[in-house]
Design a protein around this ligand. Structure first.
Ligand code: SAM
Length: 222
């Protein structure tokens, strides 16, 4: 998969996506991430990417022209253009799974009050929110989005880091994990996990996952 990220803060996404598992995925050629400065597609001498809103009001709006120029240069016939936006469709694990099979994503990151509506109307295939809260800019959101997708690309996670049992993969939150020591400050690892009985352990984990989901996210069970 290739990902092109267009933002005013390319270093934010680059830093977040250049460590650990995603760094190795890029070294293995499973993933290619390019974090661009949108100002590179501005045409005036001040490299302007925003302007005041028509109709008045506070803040600045990101202009159409740099987004159109950048997407028109980077877009391939198979590309999907995604706008990071708190007004977009909230990202779910199933969406991350679907995006992870695409060959090319172009991510548009807003700043200030957001982007000119004509970008959404004529360039964007998907408007994606990473949650019901508002960040200062889209570069952080793009990094979260890419991380969620990239770890689902076959080969990115090793077997020991399999995503199959992760929270949200089967409509449940994940069961609790323990590692050494068996006892820490009076708190013991549940005996079942030391029993070696794999069937009983699987059953216990399922029960724990259901109980946690019921307590914390009952909406997932309905
Ligand atoms: N005025 C906009 C609104 O109310 O919808 C908020 C703009 S926000 C301050 C600036 C940029 O940050 C957005 O254009 C978007 O790219 C990004 N952003 C903020 N929160 C986000 C979220 N929850 N998910 C995805 N992107 C987000």
């Amino acid at each position: 998969m290739r990902v092109d990220i267009l933002s005013l803060f390319p270093q934010i996404a680059h830093s977040a996506l250049s460590e650990s598992i995603l760094k190795r995925a890029q070294e293995k050629g499973l993933l290619e991430i390019h974090s661009h400065n949108l100002r590179d597609w501005a045409t005036d001498k001040h490299r302007t990417t925003d302007d005041t809103p028509y109709g008045g009001g506070q803040g600045m709006v990101m202009k159409c022209e740099p987004f159109f120029a950048a997407v028109e240069q980077l877009r391939q016939p198979h590309s999907r253009v995604v706008l990071m936006s708190p007004a977009g469709k909230p990202l779910k694990q199933a969406d991350a799974q679907a995006f992870s099979s695409l060959p090319h994503l172009i991510l548009l990151c807003g700043h200030y009050e957001g982007v000119d509506q004509r970008v959404l109307d004529h360039l964007v295939d998907d408007e994606v929110s990473i949650g019901d809260y508002v960040l200062t800019n889209g570069a952080l959101a793009a990094a979260v989005f890419v991380d969620a997708i990239a770890r689902l690309i076959p080969g990115v996670l090793g077997d020991s880091q399999s995503a199959l049992e992760d929270s949200h993969s089967h409509g449940l939150l994940e069961f609790p994990h323990y590692t050494r020591p068996v006892e820490f400050r009076g708190s013991r690892v549940p005996d079942i996990l030391l029993s070696g009985n794999h069937g009983a352990i699987a059953q216990w984990r399922r029960q724990q996952a259901e109980a946690k989901t019921r307590a914390v996210r009952p909406d997932l069970l309905s």
